[in-house]
Design a protein around this ligand. Sequence first.
Ligand SMILES: Nc1ncnc2c1ncn2[C@@H]1O[C@H](COP(=O)(O)OP(=O)(O)OP(=O)(O)O)[C@@H](O)[C@H]1O
Ligand SMILES: [Mg+2]
Length: 285
Amino acid sequence: MTDLSEFPLELTGNDRPMVSFRGISKSYGDLKVLDNLCLDVAEGEMVTIIGPSGSGKTTVLRMLMTLETIDAGVIYVDGQPLTHMEKNGVLVPADRHHLHLHLHRQRQRQRQRQRQRANIGMCFQHFNLFPHMSALDNCAEGPIHVLGLTKAAAIARAEELLEMVGMIDKRDEFPARLSGGHRQRVAIARALAMRPKVMLFDEVTSALDPEVTGEVTEVIRKLVGKHNLTMLMVTHQMGFARDISDRICFFHQGNIEEQGAPSELFGSPQFERTQQFLAAVNEAI
Ligand SMILES: Nc1ncnc2c1ncn2[C@@H]1O[C@H](COP(=O)(O)OP(=O)(O)OP(=O)(O)O)[C@@H](O)[C@H]1O
Ligand SMILES: [Mg+2]
């Protein structure tokens, strides 16, 4: 079991990071995917993760969404440790005596996890809209059922966000009738409707045709600097990353090999592996 006191969050007030990975390790069988990762993201900061396939980029985002358990370390979001780590992947045996207490604790954890997840919005490479709901209902569903907003308030919020991503004209369309770029814009509006403190983007443009990629990157660009939203993005679009990020982290074998401001990391990478990766990416363009 990970002891929180081994990984305290020392900083308070304005210096406290919005997201803090402290000594995170994760293996799948013999494969070590994250190896003692430490990464802090400040409130309002846009951090982009780049790196070779299999270096652990998506795993980092999935951990923040509490979709993966952690073998060692602690992740703090807005000063709170993520709850699923308390179990550390070990299931508590539920015998008859303990079943009631266990179920109670499980429900408590579920509620806590739901609240924590509401702090974090995520958009994946493959659009994950509800297929049986219109664009508007996709955006209003979470605020009604998870946040407890009235239908009228949730619809007003959904309309405002669909307007922001340029999709208000398509409010009544179902996902099957929307293009990939449109779906991805609705997915961003849907995530924002939960008013998350942190937004995660995982290769949101990779499955799109090049001509609609710009529609989606424009929306992300618009979010930068707005509402103090903290963002963590994985992308293979180096030009876009360079333009909009405050910091770039180059991942290699489950850890940050090199990080810095975009001008430093892209302009004068210090480590050989970073140089090789960037050279290979440039060649592929
Ligand atoms: N559920 C799982 N079970 C077993 N192995 C997994 C699982 N999820 C991820 N992996 C492995 O962990 C490693 C890191 O995966 P991850 O998806 O984080 O990589 P990535 O950096 O996002 O790569 P890509 O650029 O291809 O998306 C890969 O080798 C992957 O095959
Ligand atoms: Mg990935």
